[in-house]
Design a protein. Structure first.
Length: 181
């Protein structure tokens, strides 16, 4: 069910774009993300920091898109978000010598410190790569191609997250196979 909640706004955005235009789609994305956040809060009784940041950025960039009637703002929002995440992850490693992912997720997953640091670095690289890809598509392709990329581009984060699952599985504390290595 969580995956449906995660894809809800982008699916509505895609459909609205195909039937109307980028501005209607942007308004629907904004409303759908508010609903998504409310549903997440209703289910979990909390909203993650990442969800709050995403909601804020969608509302801010969406409002600029609608107010100025300039689609560039909504197209560049993912680039700014990915770069902000990469910077936050880099600062925690470079300055504080800690894994931000461990700070956020250690209550849910127990891993050795070296694995947390590797995951942190992997996320930095992934976010910089995704920021660059989105920037390229936003700058050099049509809005229709960018919208298609936003929908079909969800393969990248899914593949990345599944790959992480395979990577961390042998290292999970309490897992007999992880205890041997």
């Amino acid at each position: 069910m969580k995956i449906l909640i995660d894809f809800f706004p982008i699916l509505l955005f895609f459909g609205a774009y195909k039937f109307y235009d980028i501005y209607v789609a942007t308004g629907i994305l904004m409303a759908a993300t508010v609903v998504q956040t409310a549903v997440m809060y209703a289910v979990d009784r909390k909203v993650t920091t990442m969800q709050k940041i995403t909601l804020g950025m969608i509302l801010a960039f969406g409002a600029l898109t609608l107010y100025l009637q300039d689609e560039r703002f909504i197209k560049w929002k993912p680039t700014v978000l990915y770069l902000a995440i990469a910077i936050a992850l880099t600062v925690t490693v470079a300055i504080f010598k800690k894994s931000f992912l461990k700070l956020m997720l250690s209550s849910q997953i127990e891993l050795p410190d070296r694995i947390w640091m590797r995951l942190n670095v992997a996320w930095i690289v992934y976010c910089v790569l995704m920021a660059a890809v989105n920037a390229y598509v936003a700058a050099y392709f049509s809005t229709e191609a960018w919208v298609d990329f936003k929908l079909w581009g969800y393969v990248f984060p899914l593949a990345f997250i599944v790959g992480q699952g395979f990577y961390i599985a042998p290292h999970l504390k309490g897992d007999e196979s992880g205890a041997k290595g």
